[in-house]
Design a protein around this ligand. Structure first.
Ligand code: CP
Length: 360
């Protein structure tokens, strides 16, 4: 289930895009060029963030530092940074946190945003992702923020539009901006004041991720990012939601006993059971709660110093109790808050890094 490579996952191919020639020349999209020209080369935008696999500690540091700088900047000055630039938010799945924070981030930098959602656009009439992307480009969009139910869709969109694309969650694959805001929240707790990271910044830190790992793009992005910075990621959950092969990722282990996992944690990350993706799985929710629900008693007994993270939406009474979500160890709303600064940095990079290079 985990995707280790920085290349587009298999599902992108299922969206029926022919691979472009390796030697294709790069043709940058220039202002004034025909907006409906179909790109013919394999290109990438340095400002795109499709996966955490391509993020080095140096790049992560740059994003964290820029997030801090933008957050501290006077709002009027900040709004001049991307004044009147155009950003499209293209959402094929529902979202509260990611959509709102990307929109607030872009607007905070002065950009104009437009939201295209699958429920109120020509996507409902059968328009393809490629055609919707090219349409947004023809309308002047300079970057696209995409949430899509198919793993790999952001790669397709980037290749077809040659615009910078920010992956706001693709199927069961990745959610890079969530992992970055999770990292910022962890650093605030573990290494206050730190905005630069290196391969050993999280050495000695155990991050326990519990719940529906199988369907979680948040878990995948975190388990691919955090070990690069020295963290040990411990996954916890029952086999139907946590296959053994998850432990094949370097720096990632499995501990199926929840109290034993909690006892090792500085960071406890709980995940929602994704009922909408459970079809075909044998899972008794009452048994699940008995073994894996995070309660005040469990936290107090096994991880009294740890902080609690959850990407949201939380389901009170299922993966965790309401008391825990509202309790003193919870940093769930701090995560949401950090999303705006991180996404400001990602949006700013998307529109300001040099245009195109051929993917190696
Ligand atoms: N964490 C997250 O992706 O939440 P939303 O689905 O509300 O965007």
């Amino acid at each position: 289930m985990p995707v280790k490579s920085a290349t587009a996952p298999r599902a992108a191919q299922e969206l029926s895009v022919k691979p472009a020639s390796k030697n294709a020349r790069v043709v940058p999209a220039k202002p004034g060029s025909p907006p409906n020209a179909v790109p013919d080369s394999t290109t990438w935008s340095r400002g795109s963030v499709l996966s955490v696999t391509s993020l080095t500690p140096k790049t992560v540091s740059e994003i964290l530092s820029l997030a801090g700088e933008l957050e501290q900047q006077d709002p009027l000055e900040r709004a001049r940074r991307l004044a009147k630039r155009k950003i499209a938010l293209l959402f094929y799945e529902s979202s509260t946190r990611t959509r709102t924070s990307f929109e607030l981030a872009a607007k905070g930098l002065g950009a104009d945003t437009t939201l295209v959602s699958s429920l109120s656009s020509s996507i409902e009439k059968g328009e393809t992702l490629k055609d919707t992307g090219l349409t947004l480009r023809a309308l002047g969009a300079e970057a696209i923020i995409l949430r899509h139910p198919s793993s790999g869709a952001p790669w397709l969109l980037e290749r077809e539009t040659r615009l910078p694309v920010l992956n706001a969650g693709d199927g069961m694959h990745e959610h890079p901006s969530q992992a970055l805001l999770d990292l910022r929240t962890m650093l605030n707790h573990l290494r206050p004041g730190t905005t630069t990271v290196a391969a050993d910044t999280l050495a000695g830190v155990n991050v326990v991720i519990t719940g529906d790992i199988l369907h979680s793009r948040v878990a995948r992005s975190n388990m691919l990012l955090l070990p690069k910075l020295g963290a040990r990621v411990i996954l916890c959950g029952p086999p139907p939601l946590l296959p053994d092969l998850a432990a094949d990722i370097p720096g990632v282990e499995i501990e199926r006993d929840f109290p034993r996992a909690l006892a090792q944690a500085q960071i406890v990350m709980m995940l929602r059971i994704q009922a909408e993706r459970l079809a075909g799985l044998q899972l008794d929710l009452e048994q699940y709660k008995a073994k894996y629900q995070l309660t005040e008693a469990l936290l107090a007994a096994h991880a009294p110093q740890a902080i609690l993270l959850h990407p949201g939406p939380i389901i009170r009474g299922l993966e965790l109790t309401g008391e825990v979500a509202d309790g003193p160890q919870s940093r769930i709303l701090e995560q949401v808050h950090n999303g705006v600064a991180i996404r400001m940095a990602l949006v700013y990079r998307a529109l300001t890094l040099p245009e195109r290079e051929v993917r190696a």
